[in-house]
Design a binder for this molecule. Structure first.
Ligand code: ITT
Length: 186
C-alpha cells in the first residue's frame, strides 16, 4: 500500500521509506502543508494529519519529533523546530556549556489518518542518549551531530547510516509500530 508523508524534510522522508519498505508500504512525500499548532508532539502530529487527510482524501502520515534535554527541563521538546532554526546546534551547546548533566531524549509521534475508513492512530518512539560536548562529523540532519544515543561506542546519529540510525532511533521505533499495524490490516 501507499501512504502520503506530510513533511518538508527530505532526510526524514528517506528514513521513513527505509523503515516502512519491509512492511510493503511505499511512502510518497506529499506536497501538502503540515499545519503545526502549539502543543505536545502527539497533538501536533494528529492535528496536522487530520488537516492533511481532509485535503488529500487518502491515508496520510505525519511525524512530529523533538529533542528533550533534561538539564533544560525538556526544552526544546515540542519547540525543537523553532529552536533549531534560531539558536541551532551551536546555541544548544552553549546553553549546556557549564552543565554536567547531558542527558537528552529524542521523541517521535507518528499520526496516521485514513479518512476513507475513519481510522486515526498515533504511534510513539523514543531514544535516550546525551548531548555531546563537541559536534560529530556532519551528516544526517537537525540535531544529529550533537546527539549520541547511549551505547558502548558513543557514535553520534550524524555518523550513522540511515539503517544504523533507524535500528535504534525514535523514528525507527515509532514507524515500525505503524508498519506492523498497516501490515496486519486486511
Ligand atoms: P517537518 O515538520 O516538515 O516534518 P522538521 O524537520 O521540522 O520537518 P520536526 O518538526 O519533526 O521535523 O522536527 C523538529 C526539529 O527537530 C527539527 O529542527 C528537526 O531538524 C529536529 N529533528 C527531528 N528529528 C530529528 C532527528 O531524527 N535527528 C535530528 N534532528 C531531528
Amino acid at each position: 500500500m501507499r501512504v502520503l508523508l506530510v513533511t518538508g524534510n527530505q532526510s526524514k522522508a528517506a528514513e521513513v521509506r527505509d523503515v516502512l519498505r519491509p512492511y510493503g508500504v511505499s511512502v510518497e512525500k506529499a506536497d501538502l502543508r503540515k499545519f503545526e499548532v502549539q502543543g505536545e508532539i502527539e497533538e501536533v502530529s494528529m492535528l496536522a494529519a487530520r488537516m492533511a487527510a481532509m485535503e488529500a482524501l487518502e491515508p496520510v502520515v505525519v511525524d512530529d519529533s523533538g529533542l528533550y534535554v533534561e538539564a533544560l527541563k525538556g526544552f526544546p521538546g515540542p519547540y525543537s523546530s523553532y529552536a533549531y532554526s534560531t539558536i541551532g546546534n551551536e546555541g544548544l551547546l552553549s546553553l549546556l556549556r557549564h552543565e554536567e548533566n547531558r542527558r537528552a531524549t529524542f521523541r517521535c509521534a507518528v499520526s496516521y489518518v485514513d479518512p476513507i475508513n475513519g481510522v486515526e492512530m498515533t504511534f510513539l518512539g523514543e531514544v535516550a542518549g546525551y548531548i555531546r560536548h563537541e559536534p560529530g562529523k556532519s551528516g544526517g540532519f537537525g540535531f544529529d551531530p550533537i546527539f549520541s544515543p547511549f551505547g558502548p561506542d558513543g557514535v553520534p546519529f550524524s555518523e550513522m547510516s540511515i539503517e544504523e540510525k533507524n535500528a535504534i532511533s525514535h523514528r525507527g521505533k515509532a514507524f515500525r509500530k505503524l508498519g506492523e499495524y498497516l501490515a496486519g490490516r486486511p
